[in-house]
Design a protein around this ligand. Structure first.
Ligand SMILES: Cc1ncc(COP(=O)(O)O)c(C=O)c1O
Length: 449
C-alpha cells in the first residue's frame, strides 16, 4: 500500500487471518444482523467461552470463530429495522464501514497534537449540529462515549459556570422533569447535588410554569427533555429558556434520542428556544445513523466547557494548550475519534439526506400510530411524540403482553417490549430507522387483536 517499511507490531500474526476478519466485517456490514440473535444464559455461554484465555493462546482462528459463532449470535440485533424497543440503532453503511477503517488508523483524538485532522473533521460535524441549533462560531464541544457522560460533562460545566457568577448555596440542585432520563439521576448522584423533579402534563411535557413553581433557589441548571426516552415528549424549551434567563440558570437540553429530529427543517420548530440553551447533547448512535458509541456534547460557548474541564499534569505540559484539545470539553482524556463515523457519513451523503431520513422516520412513526389507532383491538395510548408510540391491546393481561413480546422477539419478527405509562403496562415503540416498514410492523401487531 505504501513504500514505507512496515511498522513492527507486538506479536506475530497471520496476514491471511487479517483478511478473513476484514472479509467477515464486510459481509456483516452488507448483510446486517440476524434478527433472531439474542442473549443466552451464563450456563450456555460458559462452556463455550469460559477458559478461552489460556497460557499459550488458542490462536486467532479459534478465537475469531468464538466471536463469529458464540459471541455475535448472543447479542441483540439493535440495528435491525424491526428492533423498536429501548432506543435502537440504525448506522448507515458509510458510517459502519468507516468505523472499521477508523479502528485500523488508531488515532489518539484526545488532543490536537495527537489527532489534528481527525479533531478538525469531528468539529465539522459538531458545527453542523451547532448550526442547526442556531449557534455561531463560538459554539463547540466534543464527542463522548454516550449520553450519560455527555449529561455529566455538561452539568459539571453548568455548576462551574453558576459558581463563577453567584454565591454557592449550601447544596446545589438541578431541576428536571419526572420524565428525565435515568442518567440525569445518576449524574446528580455523582455530582452530589439534589435533583428537583417537576411533574409533567398528560403528554409527559414539563411546562415553564411548573418548573418555576418547583425552583428552590439552589439550582445551577435546568435540564429540558428534547425527546424523553419513555414517551418522546419535548419540554417547553422556549418557556424554560425565559425562565433560565430570568433566574440566571444554565439550560441544558438532553436530546440524546430526540434532538436528531432538528435535522428535519419541518421539525425544527419543536425545539424552538434551543438557540438560547447553554448546552445540548445528541447521540449519533441513536438516531443519526452512526455506530456505537458516540454522543455529541455541544456548548453554545465552548469556553464554558473548557473552564470546567481539561486535565493538567507535568507529563502533559508538552501538549499545545492553545490548540483545540477535545479533552478540554468533557470528563475524559484519551479518546478515539468517535465522531468521525458521523462526519464520514454526513460528508458522504450530505446534510439534506440526513434531514430526509429523519423526516422519513417521523412519517413511519405517524403511519404506525395511525394503523394502531385504526385497529379495533388496540388502544393508542400516546403519540407519536417524535417517534415514540405507546399502545395497549384491549384483550390482553400484563402477563400475556410479556409472553407476546418474547415470542416475537425470539422469532425475529419484532422487538417491541412493554413499559409503564401512568401506572399501566403498555407497549412502547421507538423508531429510529428510516428502513422500518410500517406495513410489516402493523402486520405483526395484528396478532395482538
Ligand atoms: C434522553 C436520553 N438521555 C440520556 C441517555 C443516556 O445515553 P447513553 O445510553 O448513550 O449513555 C439516553 C439513552 O437512552 C436517553 O434516551
Amino acid at each position: 500500500m505504501t513504500d514505507r517499511p512496515k511498522t513492527p507490531r507486538p506479536f506475530p500474526f497471520d496476514a491471511a487471518q487479517t483478511t478473513r476478519m476484514l472479509d467477515w466485517a464486510r459481509a456483516r456490514i452488507e448483510d446486517g444482523p440476524d434478527p433472531k440473535a439474542g442473549a443466552r444464559d451464563f450456563a450456555t455461554l460458559e462452556p463455550v467461552l469460559g477458559g478461552s484465555v489460556t497460557e499459550n493462546g488458542i490462536g486467532a482462528e479459534a478465537a475469531f470463530r468464538l466471536f463469529t459463532d458464540a459471541i455475535v449470535p448472543t447479542t441483540r440485533p439493535y440495528d435491525h429495522p424491526a428492533s423498536l424497543s429501548f432506543v435502537a440503532a440504525a448506522p448507515s453503511t458509510a458510517s459502519l464501514s468507516f468505523d472499521a477503517v477508523l479502528g485500523a488508523a488508531e488515532i489518539f483524538a484526545g488532543n490536537w497534537d495527537g489527532g489534528a485532522g481527525a479533531v478538525h473533521a469531528e468539529n465539522q460535524a459538531l458545527a453542523w449540529l451547532a448550526g442547526l441549533a442556531g449557534w455561531d462560531g463560538k459554539a463547540g464541544g466534543v464527542f463522548v462515549a454516550g449520553g450519560t457522560l455527555g449529561n455529566l460533562s455538561a452539568l459539571h460545566a453548568a455548576r462551574n459556570w453558576a459558581a463563577a457568577q453567584r454565591e454557592r448555596p449550601e447544596r446545589w440542585a438541578i431541576l428536571a422533569s419526572v420524565e428525565a432520563h435515568s442518567s440525569i439521576k445518576a449524574v446528580a448522584d455523582v455530582m452530589d447535588v439534589d435533583l428537583i423533579l417537576v411533574e409533567t402534563d398528560t403528554n409527559g411535557r414539563m411546562s415553564a410554569e411548573a418548573a418555576k413553581q418547583a425552583l428552590t433557589g439552589r439550582e445551577c441548571a435546568i435540564v429540558a427533555n428534547a425527546g424523553a426516552t419513555n414517551c418522546g415528549s419535548v419540554d417547553d424549551i422556549l418557556g424554560l429558556a425565559d425562565l433560565a434567563e430570568e433566574q440566571g440558570l444554565w439550560l441544558h437540553l438532553d436530546g440524546a434520542y430526540g434532538l436528531a429530529a432538528i435535522a428535519d427543517p419541518e421539525a425544527r420548530a419543536i425545539f424552538e428556544g434551543i438557540e438560547r440553551a447553554h448546552s445540548f447533547i445528541v447521540d449519533p448512535h441513536k438516531w443519526l445513523f452512526a455506530p456505537y458509541d458516540s454522543c455529541a456534547l455541544v456548548y453554545r460557548d465552548a469556553r464554558w466547557g473548557a473552564a470546567a474541564h481539561g486535565q493538567r499534569a507535568a507529563y502533559l505540559d508538552a501538549v499545545d494548550q492553545a490548540a483545540w484539545n477535545p479533552s478540554d470539553y468533557a470528563l475524559h482524556l484519551t479518546r478515539r475519534a468517535r465522531g468521525l463515523p458521523l462526519w464520514f457519513s454526513l460528508a458522504t451523503h450530505g446534510s439534506r439526506a440526513y434531514g430526509e431520513a429523519i423526516a422519513t422516520t417521523l412519517r413511519i412513526a405517524r403511519d404506525i400510530a395511525e394503523g394502531i389507532d385504526a385497529m379495533p383491538g388496540l388502544e393508542l395510548t400516546l403519540g407519536p411524540q417524535l417517534t415514540v408510540i405507546l399502545f395497549r391491546p384491549h384483550a390482553m393481561s400484563d402477563a400475556e403482553m410479556e409472553v407476546w413480546a418474547e415470542t416475537h422477539r425470539r422469532s425475529g419478527a419484532l422487538l417491541c417490549l412493554p413499559t409503564t405509562w401512568r401506572g399501566r403496562k403498555v407497549f412502547r415503540l421507538c423508531i429510529v430507522n428510516p428502513t422500518t416498514d410500517p406495513k410489516e410492523i402493523l402486520a405483526v401487531l395484528e396478532t395482538l387483536t
